[in-house]
Design a protein around this ligand. Structure first.
Ligand code: TXA
Ligand code: MG
Length: 322
């Protein structure tokens, strides 16, 4: 199996990655949430290459990563609530969906032809170094094939694109990502604040800050982000949620202290720590998938803090496949 080139994320590696982006090619890089498949946000050709490499439907827009709020404001219009959230949580696992500015130079394809743009400042030294060197936005969805499990290690990215004709020219290796689930996506427009996707930033934290501005956020009921509509984050094995016993042939994804056991088994956090569980979630799903078990049984996980995002991803992993 021929894999993509993985390089160290030292100054030399980052400089090479920035040059690769300038040449219009794709680079996978670490963020604090998951690895991203990056391309020049201002190049139609680079954005098209991202969609093709991922096998992603063109109606599902991309997040543009930026170095800071000033760079974000070249692309998007920030109302009061968006500014307050950005000031408080950036760099961090928060993506803000805002109206595109009149002078927005990002490819219309990052917005899937719409009038909003998703922006985020990642909290990772390698990603920030790359963004500063590159000097403009980097569009980057999670660096997995569409519908599959997001990568939290450089090797996962290489596995994802091993059999793909179009793949990142190189992968910057920054080790395992800290948070392990994707950013929280919040839309801020026309005085309304809506949470489109739960993620690494908890609703408790968002509400505390949003309460200090005019708008208070609500979970979007009508229009989740386009990427949330289909089965997603899925291993090859079927996923059975809320497991209180293990059935014949099943692999087990445990949480907290338990007497349940299976030949293929991982425990997300023996002490019941939700942040630890988020950190290991995707890597363990990959490992249990590799065991060849037809089904992965998952123990219940509390619906609080980052547990909300973990359960959201697991429900999509368990959803009916197309
Ligand atoms: O943590 C993350 O967010 C990672 C890292 C690499 O930054 N990226 C990521 O990208 O998860 P992706 O493409 O896998 O998910 C982006 C989500 C999708 O659900 C997409 O539909 C939504 O953000 N999104 C992007 N632009 C949008 C827009 N203009 N309006 C509504 N939703 C948008
Ligand atoms: Mg994704």
């Amino acid at each position: 199996m021929k894999l993509c080139e993985i390089i160290r994320a030292d100054a030399q590696g980052v400089a090479r990655a920035a040059q690769t982006l300038l040449d219009g090619r794709l680079v996978a890089f670490p963020t604090e949430t998951v690895y991203g498949l990056g391309g020049d946000a201002e190049s139609d050709a680079a954005i098209t290459a991202i969609y093709t490499a991922k096998g992603r439907p063109s109606r599902n827009p991309l997040i543009v990563h930026v170095a800071d709020l000033a760079m974000a404001q070249r692309y998007g219009r920030f109302e009061e609530a968006a500014t307050a959230l950005a000031r408080h949580f950036w760099p961090g696992p928060l993506t803000l969906v805002v109206p595109r500015t009149d002078v927005c130079a990002a490819s219309p394809r990052v917005s899937a032809g719409g009038d909003t743009i998703a922006l985020r400042v990642p909290h990772h030294p390698v990603a920030l170094d790359l963004l500063r060197r590159f000097g403009r936005g980097i569009a980057a969805p999670s660096a997995n094939r569409s519908g599959r499990i997001s990568p939290t290690q450089a090797e996962h990215v290489a596995e994802e694109f091993a059999t793909s004709p179009l793949r990142p020219s190189l992968i910057l290796d920054g080790g395992a990502t800290k948070i392990g689930v994707e950013s929280t996506v919040i839309e801020c427009r026309q005085g309304r604040v809506s949470i489109l996707r739960s993620g690494g930033l908890t609703q408790e934290a968002i509400h505390a800050v949003a309460a200090t501005t005019a708008a208070s956020p609500r979970m979007a009921d009508a229009l989740p982000s386009p990427g949330m509509l289909e089965s997603h984050y899925a291993p090859r094995a079927l996923v059975r949620l809320g497991a209180t016993e293990v059935r014949a042939g099943e692999a087990l994804l445990a949480f907290g202290a338990t007497t349940l056991a299976a030949p293929a088994m991982r425990n997300l956090s023996p002490t019941g720590d939700l942040e630890e569980a988020a950190h290991y979630l995707y890597a363990y799903l990959r490992e249990l998938d590799a065991s060849g078990a037809p089904t992965i049984a998952v123990m219940p996980i509390p619906e609080e803090g980052v547990g909300v995002a973990i359960n959201d991803r697991l429900r999509r992993a368990a959803a009916q496949r197309a």
